[in-house]
Design a protein around this ligand. Structure first.
Ligand code: DC
Length: 227
């Protein structure tokens, strides 16, 4: 990795822990870029489904991933992901993609391709990158690594509220089950499992407001880059 010209903040943690909200707010407050690596895995899963391939057919998944042109946006005010020239920012959030993405993200060749792109985008620094393995694998030299957690009941409540706002019928109980299955797949896979980096700062967002979380992260960052 080339020397970064600005700080790099890695924000990892399970679904519904509040990574996107926190990462975007931190990026915005410092005038930095923001990269949602989950959206990149989601875009590959979307392409697999659109081609009618089986997400558990590793050969088809790898062939699909290799043939794609993926352009992740980095504007914290307008995060977009463009796939083969099409804006798929909304499509990658569908329940079908959400159900398929953990299997696709467990394929080592897919991870290798996406990690390369993530490192290229982050190389200039001045960026907050969110995902599951950013601090542990993708950017181990990040200026600050945050592992964000939240109580599973609260995470399921947040996820079902997001779906309801998007017009998708669900319940907190159904989301709790789905989150537990995805967490187990993400944390239990062989390739870059979703685990905190040894030097990550663990933050529990269950009962913290967004401004409190942002202040905590900025204070930690300033402490590290202090005189
Ligand atoms: O954060 P999210 O729900 O959009 O992530 C979608 C999926 O991608 C989820 O199964 C975890 C996986 N993922 C990953 O394996 N590595 C990353 N850096 C980011 C997401």
């Amino acid at each position: 990795m080339s020397a970064a010209q600005g700080p790099v903040v890695a924000v990892d943690g399970p679904s519904g822990s509040g990574k996107s909200t926190l990462s975007r707010a931190v990026a915005r407050s410092r005038g930095w870029r923001y990269l949602d690596t989950g959206a990149m895995y989601r875009a590959v899963a979307l392409a697999v489904l659109e081609r009618g391939a089986d997400p558990s057919d590793t050969g088809a998944v790898v062939a699909t991933a290799r043939s794609l042109r993926l352009e992740p946006g980095t504007d914290p005010d307008d995060p977009r992901v463009v796939l083969d020239g099409q804006d798929v920012s909304t499509a990658v959030r569908s329940p079908e993609v959400t159900a398929a993405v953990s299997v696709v993200a467990a394929v080592p060749e897919v991870r290798q391709l996406l990690v390369e792109l993530q490192r290229e985008i982050a190389a200039a620094g001045g960026i907050v990158v969110e995902g599951r393995d950013i601090g542990s694998v993708v950017l181990p030299e990040a200026s600050l690594k945050v592992w964000l957690t939240a109580d599973p009941v609260e995470r399921a409540r947040r996820r079902s509220a997001e779906y309801e706002a998007a017009g998708v019928a669900t319940t907190a109980a159904a989301e709790a089950g789905a989150l537990a299955r995805r967490d187990a797949l993400d944390a239990g896979r062989t390739a870059s499992p979703a685990v905190p980096a040894p030097d990550a700062v663990e933050v529990d967002s269950t009962s913290c407001s967004v401004p409190e979380l942002v202040s905590l992260v900025l204070a930690e960052l300033d402490r590290r880059s202090g005189p």
